[in-house]
Ligand binder design. Structure first.
Ligand code: SF4
Length: 476
């Protein structure tokens, strides 16, 4: 996220400002990027911050369809730049990065160095979404957990379904109550500090289910804000077929299975001068090329050719394979009073724990943004000399993907500067319970178009530094 994304209300009067600024979080973005390994480039674009020199890994070369999209977008003044993905395009300098992250702790630096050396650079060959056997892409199971386990300070309890946070009569959290999913047994885990990181919504569910005499409306909920300000990302897709890419000879399209190029939001100035009919922006994720064919490939083919059989189907497949491109807009949703979750009074899960029920409403802001996405995608496909598959949907209500489908759910345990208006302070510490923290996407009070994982990690790192400092001072 960039400087604007932390102060949205101050900029356009909508939504909620974060209780800190971009500058407060920037050092933690740098640390996370150094730790997990992110490829990309520094382009100096508005509200798309550069990383310090030496942090980003070199990006992979664009593929043919990506270059065509870049050229066509340039005619429309739409920037297309190397994407930022957490995949190693080169080996990390394990010793240097570990020393940078743990300057005063040689033992931690050594443990991290060993773990980092087990990660190899990408071999451009396999679907990243299924997990990466050589640990080139970022996954918590291969990047965070191995060094934490090697430190000797981590126990992992699996199949533990947390029902509630336990609270002592003095109002402090003393641990969690969970159900062992294998045996059905009720178990308590005791703790000096409880950190919930169960994902936005699930952490809210645990808090709302942690009712007691002291906290009859759920834990950390004196503001009534637990479950509120639920956000997802605005999504809308459009595909096209590009005759220039038809009938290409077989060639090697080496690359990661994600995009090598993308478009960050580029219309800040037009928005400022009132030329757009919606606030906030979106980025564009692009896809296409000779990826592994799936059912969707044949649906696209059928749409184009009217269907085929036998020899004709084979000829069509050879001709059109690799000539499809796809655009996915990912935009900012502004939190609203109608989008929230609460505990369902009637329904329970398989372990007898009450589930959440959801209320969700897009506003006109998001719908207009989705319509703008469709118009832009159609213009780019047209500038490529291509055909839009189907029709661009200019009715925003129909263009927008259903809430929850982009699975960027954030909010529901909002952070803020005012205990009456938020659940957590700026360090993700519950206002009502000093030794309780929430460090997933729940603390977000805005959901900028940038995908949330990096911000979740940077914010969690900042909160954990505060937590450790407070423990050392004996405050927790
Ligand atoms: S393409 Fe993806 S899964 Fe394959 S090695 Fe590279 S990062 Fe790992």
């Amino acid at each position: 996220m960039g400087p604007y994304d932390f102060k949205p209300r101050s900029r356009d009067g909508l939504g909620i400002d974060w209780p800190y600024t971009y500058d407060d979080l920037a050092p933690y973005y740098d640390k996370v990027e150094a730790l997990i390994g992110v490829f990309g480039s520094n382009e100096g674009l508005e509200n798309t911050p550069n990383s310090p020199p030496g942090i980003l890994l070199s990006p992979p070369r664009p593929r043919a369809y990506e270059l065509l999209i870049k050229n066509a977008s340039a005619k429309l003044q739409v920037p297309v730049i190397p994407s930022h993905l957490a995949i190693l395009t080169q080996a990390l300098d394990a010793k240097k990065v570990s020393a940078l992250l743990h300057p005063n702790d040689p033992r931690a630096a050594g443990t991290l160095t060993d773990a980092m050396r087990n990660r190899l650079p990408c071999i451009w060959a396999t679907p990243c979404g299924r997990g990466c056997a050589i640990r080139a892409n970022y996954q918590s199971t291969t990047v965070h957990l191995p060094p934490a386990l090697a430190s000797g300070n981590l126990d992992i309890v699996t199949d533990a379904m947390v029902r509630e946070v336990i609270v002592a009569p003095n109002g402090k959290a003393t641990g969690v109550h969970y159900i062992d999913k294998k045996t059905g047994q009720e178990v308590q885990a005791r703790a000096r500090v409880v950190v919930l990181a169960a994902s936005g919504c699930e952490s809210a569910r645990i808090l709302l289910n942690s009712k007691s005499g002291l906290f009859p409306d759920g834990l950390a909920n004196s503001s009534g804000k637990v479950g509120r300000y639920l956000m997802d990302t605005v999504g809308s897709d459009l595909s096209g077929q590009i005759p220039a890419l038809e009938g290409c000879p077989a060639y090697n399209e080496d690359g990661v299975s994600g995009m090598h190029l993308y478009t960050p939001w580029w219309l800040y100035q037009q928005q400022l001068s009132g030329k757009l009919d919606f606030p906030r922006g979106y980025h564009i994720e692009i896809g296409g090329g000779r990826e592994m064919p799936g059912v969707g490939t044949f649906e696209d083919l059928d749409d184009l050719t009217g269907g085929g059989y036998g020899k004709k189907l084979k000829e069509d497949a050879r001709r059109y394979y690799g000539s499809f491109v796809g655009f996915s807009g990912r935009g900012e949703m502004i939190p609203n009073e109608d989008s929230y979750c609460e505990v369902d009074p009637d329904k329970k899960d398989a372990w007898g724990i009450p589930v959440l029920r959801f209320h969700f409403k897009w506003s006109r802001h998001e719908e207009k943004q989705a319509a703008h996405m469709q118009k832009t995608f159609a213009e780019i496909i047209d500038a490529m000399g291509g055909k839009v598959l189907g029709k661009p949907q200019l009715d925003g209500k129909k263009a927008i993907a259903p809430g929850g489908s982009i699975i960027h759910e954030v909010g529901t345990t909002s952070m803020g500067a005012d205990p009456k208006q938020s659940v957590l302070n700026q360090y993700c510490q519950a206002w009502d319970v000093k030794n309780l923290f929430v460090t997933d996407g729940g603390p977000f009070v805005s959901n900028a178009d940038k995908n949330p994982t990096l911000t979740i990690m940077a914010n969690a790192w900042r909160s954990c530094e505060y937590l450790l400092g407070a423990m050392k001072k004996g405050e927790l």
